[in-house]
Design a protein around this ligand. Structure first.
Ligand code: ADP
Ligand code: MG
Length: 260
């Protein structure tokens, strides 16, 4: 049993000997096994590993979209195993924000309506005017206040991912989970998006991100590597890259080039 220390200072995520086995016919796949870790408030973790190493399986459990078959998971001090579907949905809505590789925005809906969506499922109910003003504030936070009436197809990939990040933030989550958030973006836009995640992290938001690119993990504070369902290394990133300063020097180099 994980014993719960008194409030404050306890990790957002506590995993103890987590395993997830998939049974398909006679075959059993141990997609994740023996994973134990703590993730503290304000951390920014990259989960790396080859395809099939169990990253998505682990993220699905962290996101309460799937349950472990063994072990213990406390999210913000709350044991997830004992919750029913409705309680899990509420926990997800209140404590977690999700960002995906393919943005997952509704096409026929404006940026603002996309961002309002998670609040439609919030309890207690958030009145429409409050939903609107919170969506606008979240869009401003990701630098897209001016684009709130645009549809996803009228926005670039990087802008669409910003909308998705605003949507992930709008319920003020404890934790943002992102599965390959730069997987569909070019390298310059990826730096921009990593800069936004770093900014959010600096403001206190905990971020856990799956990526198979070392270049992207380099912006995170801590790097966890998985292989065959296990964590094979977990270390602080002492040589963290800072996206904002890289952006500034890229811009500077471009200005210089355009003068010649
Ligand atoms: P990654 O995200 O690192 O590519 P996954 O977590 O998707 O890895 O997969 C880990 C292992 O579990 C793989 O061997 C995969 O084939 C298997 N797996 C994933 N999802 C399922 C499922 N729903 N049913 C059966 N096996 C699965
Ligand atoms: Mg995956």
């Amino acid at each position: 049993m994980i014993t719960q220390p008194n409030k404050a200072g306890f990790p957002v995520i506590q995993l103890r000997d987590i395993a997830r086995t998939y049974s398909t016919g006679e075959l059993e796949v141990r997609a994740v096994h023996g994973v134990s870790m703590d993730i503290h408030r304000g951390d920014f973790v990259a989960i790396m590993g080859a395809s099939g190493s169990g990253k998505s399986t682990l993220m699905n459990m962290l996101g309460c979209l799937d349950r472990s078959t063994e072990g213990e998971y406390l999210l913000d001090g709350c044991g997830v195993a004992s919750l029913n579907r409705k309680q899990l949905a509420k926990l997800r809505n209140q404590k977690l924000g999700f960002v995906f590789q393919s943005f997952n925005l509704l096409a026929r809906t404006t940026a603002q309506e996309n961002v309002e969506l998670p609040m439609l499922y919030s309890l207690p109910i958030i009145p429409a005017p409050a939903r609107r003003s919170r969506a606008v504030a979240a869009l401003e936070r990701v630098g897209l206040g001016q684009r709130r009436g645009h549809h996803p197809s009228q926005l670039s990939g990087g802008q669409q991912q910003r909308i998705a990040i605003a949507r992930a933030l709008v319920n003020r989550p404890e934790l943002v989970l992102a599965d390959e958030p730069t997987g569909n973006l070019d390298s310059r836009t990826s730096i921009e998006i990593m800069g936004l995640f770093q900014e959010l992290n600096d403001s206190g938001i905990t971020v856990v991100m799956v990526t198979h690119e070392l270049d992207i993990a380099a912006y995170c504070k801590r790097i966890v590597v998985m292989r065959d369902g296990e964590v094979i290394s977990d270390s602080q990133n002492e040589t963290r890259r800072l996206a904002a300063s890289e952006r500034a020097s890229l811009d500077h180099a471009e200005r210089q080039a355009s003068l010649h």
